[in-house]
Write a protein that binds this ligand. Structure first.
Ligand code: BGC
Length: 840
């Protein structure tokens, strides 16, 4: 693709062509103008891997750990490498633009997309995202930092206004974005769905024009979130360049008409078109082919990198010595030659990503059970113990069709009752969770029909439950007997971004060893009976799940009995993409069902028990006192099961640190009173006191603090030397591995004002971090640098500027926000006179 001379092209464009550039043409592409040498761009999700252009049955991809997992590595070099691989993955899918990273804030553990963002601290999120972006953009692919701004909950996300002070907005919510502009110049910004203090983000001149473009001097492309453009003139005038997805709803003829009347003025329209052309020019320089094929790039190097990132993301939360009990030392690492029991709902499922636009079809995904089995000399014992699902586990993985795991999906324009049906499309599907918004087939009419079919052979007699969620209508049959009717009387639910029914359930008795034919008859979106309650996008959606009905208490009893018969026990607990997903916030911070009881009773039955938590955000842990060992394993991408096993057996010495605080209970969370939409708004009442800023200030005890994480070795922090020169602070510390195995430690630099400031300030705040690998006995020095103006300032609303107040500041370099002697060092610097600044 020849280079684009932006100003020359702009001069030649007609009004129609300019307006055409300002909106997508479909879910994932922008408009090309071939006469002018302007290619169409391909955009793709997302924050933890590159899905390509299909939600439904996409081309497989590399799945990285979720955002909080990436944050927990506290390793900027590694994140840059992750970014490079994401860039290469995008190139394989002929995509010019990645819609990520996500850096919204975890105001509450309940946030549906908390797992997707890097962490609760603006420096961790901002520096982490900047590293990812540098990596992505080094390949020529452009990154889209999202969602700008204050998009921290899912409840009524398209209509809610975040009511937030300018100080909190600047110090907590905008700062991570500001840092990415400073350190990585992201190609694009995506505006958020919500509004801020009464003005929606996609038409908010104060933040997208005055702050982002003028004050920060950023010159990239601003696009709306999908269906997040709400106006014609206001959005264009405020600075929104691209409406996504297409076809347009607010631009096209409407915009042309408005421009012809000076709303907005022609020069504003030209500026929007100029930004799009400049962005296209940058994207075209990547060499990515226009409308190119979508391919895989599944290499051993990618697998090795995913394993490394997954290993580094895991946080060892607790590892008690059980010397008194068995004279054997700590529970972890587990022994490979011991009789091992693996239980829990997450054991035989690879819970590798969260839900919504972060989800993707991975090249492969390793379950914890498989990862653990591969380390053991003899296979582990297993029972499920308890369920954790919100929707029944995906049926496709349990079925087979044409000799392969999965089900066949056959699409017709005629109903089953028709005499003759012409087969329009046939696909083999394993993941029977089908979001048909970006499913295109020219031969399909609006109303169409599909049969999803497969067989299941139970390995025991059981009562089996089937579940169907649909946008459209669907009926599920087993051996031609109707088991679920989700067509006749539909009830709204919150799956598929709130555009589908709740899960309808039905039960059937199955006999061991018999083959059962399962068939789901689906009818596309126009058949949906709840159309009046939401806007239907594309062809609708279908999710089919199923599992054996269990007796909770009998399962717990069985688990306890088995635990007694084994030397060591791994409980694979946590949540999954049903719970932590775009579109819905959770209602509770407790583990679902009887999982807490299972953990409690099993840990009491066998002291050699370790709990592996797979969640993107914290859960209450009422069993913590009784449980000697706990690891936090997030949603760990393709390699999730292997990484869990690496840490459990000591093949990798854990080095992850918590990217967010783990409070004891929901009532302790600073946003407890203000975490849902009420009367169209959500009050950010905790102000700047998000996460550890609150727990430290209010002295509220947490289960585990921000930045915390154990290792199988020990480290000592020594000799901090602080140099303040030319507006920059440089802290150098010596870290020694004082234990007997190799490991890695994170140096976290916190700044703490010594005097009371003009306004209340958090006790201390993270300003930088670095990770270092050390052989047993080895020492290395680590240097962390930051500009003094970033290290010491707060946002002064009186002047609308950042203020660095005169006084003394302690610099604490520690291995956690919980500062302990031996694992931290302290020095201080002085600011002689107060000063104010703005910009970046
Ligand atoms: C999400 C974005 C995502 C887009 C495209 C929206 O629902 O908020 O983060 O990039 O969809 O999938």
């Amino acid at each position: 693709m020849a280079d684009i001379n932006v100003e020359e092209v702009l001069k030649k464009l007609t009004l129609t062509e300019k307006v055409d550039l300002l909106a997508g043409i479909d879910f994932w592409h922008t408009k090309g103008l071939p006469h002018h040498g302007v290619p169409s761009l391909r955009l793709t999700d997302g924050p933890n891997g590159v899905r390509g252009t299909k939600f439904f049955n996409g081309v497989p991809a590399a799945c990285f750990p979720c955002g909080t997992g990436l944050g927990a590595t506290f390793n900027q070099e590694l994140l840059e490498e992750a970014g490079r691989t994401m860039g290469r993955e995008a190139i394989a899918k002929s995509a010019h633009v990645i819609l990520g990273p996500t850096i919204n804030m975890q105001r509450s553990p309940l946030g549906g997309r908390g797992f997707e963002s890097i962490g609760e601290d603006p420096f961790l999120a901002g520096l982490g995202a900047a590293a990812l972006i540098r990596g992505i953009q080094s390949t020529g692919v452009q990154a889209t930092i999202k969602h700008f701004l204050c998009n921290d909950q899912e409840d009524k996300r398209m209509g809610v206004h975040s009511i937030v002070t300018e100080r909190a907005l600047r110090e907590i919510y905008a700062l991570p974005f500001q840092l990415t502009v400073r350190d990585s110049q992201p190609g694009a910004f995506m505006t958020a769905y919500n509004g801020i203090n009464g003005v929606f983000c996609s038409e908010n001149p104060k933040y997208i024009d005055d702050m982002l473009r003028k004050e920060w001097g950023w010159d990239g492309l601003i696009m709306s979130d999908w269906f997040g453009t709400y106006s014609t003139t206001a959005a264009a005038a405020a600075g929104l360049d691209l409406e996504m997805p297409g076809p347009t709803r607010f631009r096209g003829e409407l915009l042309k008409f408005n421009v012809s009347n000076g709303k907005p003025f022609t020069h504003v329209l030209d500026e929007r078109a100029r930004q799009v052309l400049r962005f296209v020019k940058r994207c075209a320089a990547s060499g990515v082919k226009e409308n190119g094929p979508e391919e895989t790039a599944d290499t051993p190097e990618t697998a090795a990198l995913l394993r490394k990132i997954g290993d580094e993301s895991i946080v060892l939360l607790k590892n008690e010595s059980i010397v008194l009990l068995k004279n054997e030392g700590s529970v972890l690492p587990l022994k490979k030659d011991k009789k091992t029991l693996v239980i829990g709902p997450n054991a035989k499922t690879a819970t590798y990503h969260g839900g919504g636009s972060a989800s993707l079809r991975a090249y492969y995904a390793v379950t914890p059970h498989d990862g653990i089995s591969s380390k053991l000399e003899t296979p582990p014992g297993y029972t499920v113990g308890a369920y954790t699902h919100r929707f029944l586990p995906i049926l496709g993985h349990q079925c087979s069709a044409s000799g392969k795991a999965g089900m066949s999906w056959k699409v017709y324009n005629e109903p089953r009752s028709a005499e003759k049906r012409e087969l329009i499309d046939e696909v083999h599907i394993e993941k029977t969770e089908m979001h048909l918004v970006d499913y295109y087939n020219d031969r399909l009419s609006e109303l169409w029909y599909a049969d999803l079919e497969g067989t299941i052979v139970p390995d025991e007699d059981m009562t089996y439950e089937l579940g169907v969620v649909v946008c459209g209508t669907a009926k599920a049959y087993v051996n031609d007997q109707l088991v679920v009717d989700n067509a006749t009387k539909q009830i709204a639910g919150d799956a598929f971004f709130g555009c589908a029914t709740r899960e309808e359930l039905g039960r059937i008795d199955l006999k061991k060893g018999e083959t059962y034919q399962i068939r789901i008859e689906f009818v596309s979106a126009p058949s949906f009976t709840l159309k009046s309650e939401s806007i239907i996008l594309g062809h609708g959606s279908l999710r089919v799940g199923g599992c054996k009905v269990i007796d909770d208490q009998a399962e717990i009893k069985k688990s306890v009995q088995l635990a007694r018969e084994h030397d060591q026990v791994v409980i694979c607990a946590g949540l999954n993409a049903d719970w932590e997903t775009e579109g819905t916030d959770r209602a509770s911070m407790k583990l679902p069902g009887v999982l807490d009881q299972l953990i409690d009773e099993v840990a009491s039955a066998n002291p050699n028990t370790v709990v592996v938590m797979q969640t993107g955000t914290p859960e209450e842990m009422p069993w913590l006192q009784k449980t000697p060992a706990v690891i936090q394993a997030w949603y760990g991408g393709n390699e999730t099961g292997n990484c869990i096993a690496d840490v459990l057996f000591g093949d990798y010495n854990p080095s992850g640190k918590l990217s967010l605080s783990f409070p004891k209970r929901l009532q302790d969370v600073p946003s407890f009173l203000n975490f849902r939409t009420e009367a169209g708004r959500t009050l950010y009442g905790e102000d700047v006191y998000v996460g550890y800023r609150y727990y430290e200030y209010a002295d509220v005890e947490v289960n585990f603090p921000f930045g915390y994480g154990l290792s199988y070795t020990t480290f000592a922090f020594l000799d901090l030397s602080l140099v303040v020169k030319e507006g920059s602070i440089s802290a150098t510390v010596s870290i020694k591995n004082t234990g007997s195995v190799k490991g890695a430690e994170v140096a976290q630099m916190y700044v703490q004002p010594r005097q009371a400031a003009k306004i209340n300030r958090p006790v201390k705040e993270l300003k930088g971090f670095a990770k270092v690998e050390l052989e047993a006995g080895e020492s290395k020095t680590v240097t962390i640098e930051e500009l003094e103006k970033y290290a010491a300032s707060y946002f002064d609303e009186e002047r609308n500027q950042w203020c660095v107040e005169a006084g003394e500041y302690d610099v604490i370099v520690s291995n956690s926000s919980e500062v302990k002697e031996g694992q931290s060092v302290k020095a201080s610097f002085t600011v002689a006179e107060s000063y104010w600044w703005s910009g970046i």
